[in-house]
Design a protein around this ligand. Structure first.
Ligand code: PHE
Ligand code: ZN
Length: 877
C-alpha cells in the first residue's frame, strides 16, 4: 500500500460540476442494500467546459450507470478505489447510478450501517461516498428527495431529512416513505434511519408563529428517558430566537438515539442523530454532569441548523467556522441556563488540561489547518474548543451588539452558501469597523501563546507599570511565530481596600475592569492615579486562550482568592495557590524528603468553608484541587507517581485539618427532595459530594459509613455513582467488591450505566487496574465494536488512570497498542482517537519514552488505515 497523500488548502478549487437536485432510493437489506441515485448536474459557472466528471465513491459495487437515460459503455467511464470518472459529459445532464452496499459489514460506522436492529447513517465528514457516487464535498449543495424502502415489520419507521411527502405498501411485506428536503444542503448533512423505533412528540411555536413538530425516536425501552432532551431542545429553540434571532425552518425536527456512534451527535438537517449517551437521561441512570452534557449537546446540534447547515463550510479546512462558532453558542446557552461562572470554570479547566496538551504535542495544528491526510483526525479540541475561544475573543473585542449585527449579516448574506472563515470575520469587521487583520493569525498559528507578565507599583507617582511579553512556542511545521492580538481583561485590586481600583491609561479613564490589547512581542502599560498598591487580576474570565505567568506570591494569591471581584479569577487564584503547594510536594516526593503541608492552603480552605457562600456551585469548584492531568500539564517533565502522591497528600492533609468543616458542609447540603436537574440542586449536590470526597480521603470509620449510606440510599445516579467511585477508588476492596457486584447486577440491562460501571473500575489507583481492564474486556457487556464501550474501558484507563497507564513495566502502553491495532481494522476513526495518550511520550522520563515509542513503532509496522497512519507518523516524526 502506498502512503496516503495529504490534501492542501492552497489547492482548493470549486467543483467542475455542481448538483442542483439529488434523488435517492434505498432498498434496505443488511448484506445488499441497493442505492439508486439520480443527480441533476450542471457545469460550475467558474469552471471551464469539457472537464471530466469525477465523483467520490468507496466500497461501492456499481450495478448501473446512465447519462440522460443512456447507459454508459465501459470505455466512457473509469472506476478506481476511491471514485468514478466519466470522461465526457454535457453542460447540464442527469446522471443515474445504482450501487450495492453492505450495512451489516460496516464496522467503521461511517456511511450506512447497522446499530442493533436499526439502520442509520453518518456522513460527516466524508461518509456519503460510502453510500453512493457523489461529489462528496461541502461546497456542493443540493435539494434532496429520498425514498426509503424497508421491511414493514422489521423497519416500521423510515426516516430521512425534511418532510414526508408519500408513503405506501409494496409487495413482499415491504413498504416505503418518500422525504423531501427543500433546503439545499451538502451531502454530509444527509441522514437516513430505519428500524423498530418509538417516538415521543411535542410541539414548538416559532417566533413568527409557525408550528413545529418535535420528535425524539428511541428503542421502546428508552421511552422514559427523553424528557430532559425534549425540554432542552425547546429551551435551545427559544434561546436561539431571543439571542441570535434565528428561527427553525422545517415543519418537523427529529432526534434519533443510536447506541453505536463514533461521536456525540450529528446535526443532519431536520434529523439529528445522537449517540444514546448524549440524549438519554433518567435520575437513576444519569448523573448531573450527564444531564448537563445532554442539554449542551442537544443545543449544539440544534444551533448548527444555522451555524453549519443554512450557512456551511466551503471545504473541511474551514471546519472551525461551524464548530468553533457553534461551541461558543452552546457554551453561552448553558451559561445562561445554569451557573455562568461554573460553566466557565468547567470549560476552562478542561481546555487548559486537554487542549493545551494537544497544542504542545506532535499533533498540534492551527484552528484552520493547511493540510490533512484524514479529516476525521481534525475533529479536535483545537478546532472545537480553541475555535470557540477565538469566537469569544471576537465577541469581546467588538462587543455583543456589533457581534450580533455581524452575525445577522453573516446569516443573511451567506444563507444557502458554503463559505470561509474570512467571510465570518469579515462580517464582524464590517459590523464593528475594527481592523481584525492581526487577529486572523489566531486561525493560522498553532500552539499556545505564553505571556510573561510582571508589574511594579511606584508609590511616589501613584503609578502601576505592567509589562507583558508574548511568545508562542514552535509547533510541528511552524518554527517561527508572529505576535498575536491578545485581549487581556484585567483589574487592579487595592491591597488596602480589597476593591478594584479605577483604571487610567494614557489619560483615559477605563472604569475598574478593562481590556488592554497586547499586539507586540513586548508592551508596557502604565496605569496612573493608582491610589494604593494593587495586586493585578489578569486575563479575567480567561479572556484569551493563553498561558499567563505572573510572579504572584502566596499571600497575593490568598488575597485574590478572598477579594477578586471576578469569580473566575478568584477560583484561578485558588488553583494557582494549590499549584505552588503541589510543586513543593512533588519535589519533596522526588527527593525523598518528608512532605509538609502549606498552612496557607489550609487557611484559605478554612476561610472558604466558613463563609456563607451564595454560589455553592462555585464553592464546590474552589474546593476541588487541580486534577492530576492539569498538574502534569504544568510540569516540565511528568512524574505520574509524584503527582499522585502529592495530590493525595494535600487532600488527606486538608481532610484531617478541616474535618468538622467538611462534615458541616456535607450535612447542610444533604436533601431528600425528589431529584431534579436544576441549578440549585446540582450545586448543593456537587458541594456535598466534594465534602464527602474529603471525608473519605482518610478512610476512617465515619467517612466510610457516610459513603456506604449514600450508596445504599440509592437516591439518584449522581450520589450513587459518586459513592461507588469513592469505595472503588479506596483501599477497601472488602467494601468495593460487594458494591460493584450489586451495581453491576442491578444495571446489567442498561448499556449506558454499564459504561459507568466499567469506567469507575478501570480508573482506580490501585495496582490491579490494568488486570481489571483485561478482565473486563472479556465481560459480556463489553464490545470493541461499540465506541462507547471502548471509551468507557480503554479510553478511561489510558486517559484518566495516569499511575497505572504509565506503569514502569510498560504494560499499560502495550495494552493500548494492542487495542489500537485491532481497532485499526474495525473502526479507524476510533483507533486514531484512542491512541492519543501514547503520542504524548515527549513529556515523560527516558525509560517511559522508549517504551511508548516502541509501541508506536509496533503499530506503525501494521498495515494502517490513513487515520492511524497520520497520527502515528506525526507522533514519531
Ligand atoms: N458535527 C458533529 C458536531 O459537532 C460532530 C460529528 C463529526 C459527528 C463527525 C459525527 C461525525 O456536532
Ligand atoms: Zn458541532
Amino acid at each position: 500500500m502506498s502512503d496516503p497523500k495529504p490534501t492542501y488548502l492552497r489547492d482548493y478549487r470549486p467543483p467542475a460540476y455542481r448538483v442542483t437536485h439529488t434523488e435517492l432510493t434505498f432498498d434496505l437489506d443488511p448484506a445488499a442494500t441497493r442505492v439508486k441515485a439520480r443527480l441533476h448536474l450542471e457545469r460550475h459557472p467558474e469552471r471551464e467546459s469539457g472537464l471530466p466528471l469525477t465523483l467520490d465513491g468507496e466500497r461501492l459495487v456499481l450495478k448501473a450507470i446512465a447519462i440522460d437515460g443512456q447507459p454508459l459503455e465501459e470505455d466512457e467511464y473509469a472506476l478506481t478505489e476511491d471514485g468514478l470518472t466519466v470522461h465526457r459529459v454535457p453542460e447540464r445532464f442527469l446522471l443515474d447510478t445504482e450501487v450495492e452496499i453492505a450495512p451489516e459489514a460496516n464496522t467503521a460506522l461511517e456511511g450506512l450501517y447497522q446499530s442493533g436492529g436499526m439502520y442509520c447513517t453518518q456522513c460527516e465528514a466524508e461518509g456519503f461516498r460510502r453510500i453512493t457516487y457523489y461529489p462528496d464535498r461541502p461546497d456542493v449543495m443540493a435539494t434532496f428527495a429520498t425514498t426509503v424502502i424497508g421491511d414493514a415489520k422489521r423497519e416500521p419507521v423510515l426516516l430521512s431529512n425534511g418532510n414526508p411527502v408519500e408513503r405506501g405498501e409494496l409487495p413482499g411485506g415491504r413498504h416505503f416513505v418518500t422525504w423531501e428536503d427543500p433546503h439545499p444542503k451538502p451531502c454530509y448533512l444527509f441522514a437516513l434511519v430505519a428500524g423498530d423505533l418509538e417516538k415521543v412528540e411535542d410541539r414548538f411555536t416559532t417566533m413568527s408563529g409557525r408550528e413545529v413538530t418535535l420528535q425524539i425516536w428511541v428503542e421502546a425501552e428508552n421511552l422514559g428517558k427523553t424528557d430532559h432532551a425534549m425540554a432542552s431542545l425547546k429551551r435551545a429553540m427559544t434561546w436561539d430566537e431571543q439571542t441570535y434571532g434565528r428561527e427553525y425552518d422545517l415543519d418537523r425536527f427529529m432526534i434519533v438515539a443510536v447506541n453505536d456512534f463514533n461521536m456525540g451527535a450529528m446535526e443532519n438537517k431536520g434529523l439529528n442523530i445522537f449517540n444514546s449517551a448524549a440524549v438519554l437521561t433518567h435520575p437513576h441512570t444519569a448523573t448531573d454532569a450527564a444531564f448537563q452534557r445532554v442539554e449542551g449537546i442537544v443545543a449544539h446540534e440544534y444551533f448548527h441548523n444555522w451555524s453549519g447547515n443554512r450557512v456551511t463550510c466551503r471545504d473541511w479546512f474551514q471546519l472551525s467556522l461551524k464548530e468553533g462558532f457553534t461551541v461558543f453558542r452552546d457554551q453561552c446557552f448553558s451559561a445562561d441556563t445554569n451557573s455562568a461562572p461554573v460553566k466557565r470554570i468547567e470549560d476552562v479547566s478542561f481546555f487548559r488540561t486537554a487542549q493545551f496538551a494537544e497544542d504542545a504535542g506532535p499533533t498540534a495544528h492551527p484552528i484552520r489547518p493547511d493540510h490533512y491526510i484524514e479529516i476525521t483526525n481534525f475533529y479536535t479540541l483545537t478546532i472545537y474548543e480553541k475555535g470557540a475561544e477565538v469566537v469569544r475573543m471576537l465577541r469581546n473585542l467588538v462587543g455583543w451588539e456589533a457581534f450580533r449585527r455581524g452575525s445577522d449579516r453573516y446569516f443573511e448574506r451567506f444563507d444557502g452558501q458554503a463559505v470561509t472563515i474570512e467571510d465570518f470575520v469579515g462580517c464582524m469587521e464590517e459590523a464593528s469597523g475594527q481592523d481584525l487583520s492581526q487577529f486572523m493569525r489566531w486561525y493560522s498559528q498553532a500552539g499556545t501563546p505564553e505571556i510573561d507578565a510582571h508589574g511594579e507599583y511606584d508609590y511616589a507617582n501613584a503609578e502601576y507599570r505592567l509589562i507583558l511579553r508574548q511568545r508562542t512556542p514552535a509547533t510541528p511545521d511552524q518554527p517561527d511565530k508572529l505576535p498575536l492580538h491578545i485581549p487581556i481583561r484585567l483589574g487592579l485590586v487595592g491591597t488596602k481596600s480589597g476593591r478594584d481600583l479605577p483604571l487610567t491609561l494614557d489619560g483615559e479613564s477605563l472604569g475598574t475592569d478593562a481590556v488592554i490589547h497586547l499586539r507586540e512581542d513586548e508592551q508596557e502599560f502604565v496605569f496612573t492615579e493608582v491610589s494604593e498598591a494593587p495586586v493585578p487580576s489578569l486575563a479575567r474570565g480567561f479572556s484569551a486562550p493563553v498561558k499567563l505567568r505572573f510572579p504572584y506570591g502566596r499571600e497575593d494569591l490568598a488575597f485574590l482568592l478572598a477579594n477578586d471581584s471576578d469569580g473566575f479569577n478568584r477560583w484561578d487564584a485558588g488553583q494557582r495557590l494549590a499549584m505552588l503547594a503541589l510543586d513543593d510536594l512533588i519535589a519533596a516526593h522526588r527527593n525523598g524528603v518528608e512532605k509538609v503541608m502549606d498552612s496557607r492552603v489550609v487557611e484559605a480552605f478554612r476561610t472558604l468553608l466558613s463563609q456563607d457562600s451564595d454560589d455553592k456551585a462555585v464553592l464546590a469548584e474552589m474546593l476541588t484541587l487541580p486534577s492530576e492531568a492539569y498538574i502534569a500539564e504544568q510540569q516540565p517533565l511528568v512524574d505520574v507517581d509524584a503527582i499522585h502522591a502529592a495530590r493525595t497528600f494535600v487532600k488527606q492533609s486538608l481532610a484531617m485539618a478541616l474535618r468538622d468543616e467538611f462534615l458541616a458542609v456535607f450535612e447542610a447540603n444533604r436533601s431528600e427532595a425528589p431529584y431534579a436537574p436544576e441549578p440549585e440542586q446540582i450545586a448543593a449536590r456537587s458541594l456535598k459530594n466534594v465534602a464527602l470526597s474529603y471525608l473519605m480521603a482518610i478512610e476512617d470509620e465515619e467517612g466510610i459509613e457516610l459513603v456506604q449510606r449514600q450508596f445504599a440510599a440509592d437516591h439518584n445516579m449522581t450520589d450513587v455513582r459518586h459513592a461507588l467511585t469513592l469505595l472503588v477508588h479506596s483501599s477497601r476492596d472488602d467494601l468495593a467488591e460487594p458494591a460493584l457486584r450489586r451495581f453491576g447486577e442491578k444495571w446489567a440491562h442498561d448499556p449506558l450505566v454499564m459504561d459507568q460501571w466499567f469506567s469507575i473500575q478501570v480508573t482506580r489507583p490501585q495496582p490491579d487496574a490494568l488486570e481489571r481492564v483485561k478482565f473486563l474486556m472479556e465481560h459480556p457487556a463489553f464490545s470493541l465494536k461499540n465506541p462507547n464501550k471502548v471509551r468507557a474501558l480503554i479510553g478511561a484507563f489510558a486517559g484518566q488512570n495516569r499511575v497505572n497507564f504509565h506503569r514502569a513495566d510498560g504494560e499499560g502502553y502495550r495494552l493500548l497498542a494492542d487495542v489500537v491495532i485491532e481497532l485499526n481494522r474495525l473502526n479507524p476513526e476510533i483507533a486514531a482517537r484512542i491512541i492519543t495518550p501514547l503520542t504524548r511520550w515527549q513529556r515523560f522520563d527516558e525509560a517511559r519514552q522508549a517504551l511508548m515509542k516502541a509501541e508506536l513503532e509496533r503499530i506503525r509496522a501494521e498495515e494502517l488505515s490513513p487515520n492511524v497512519y497520520e497520527v502515528v507518523q506525526k507522533a514519531l516524526a
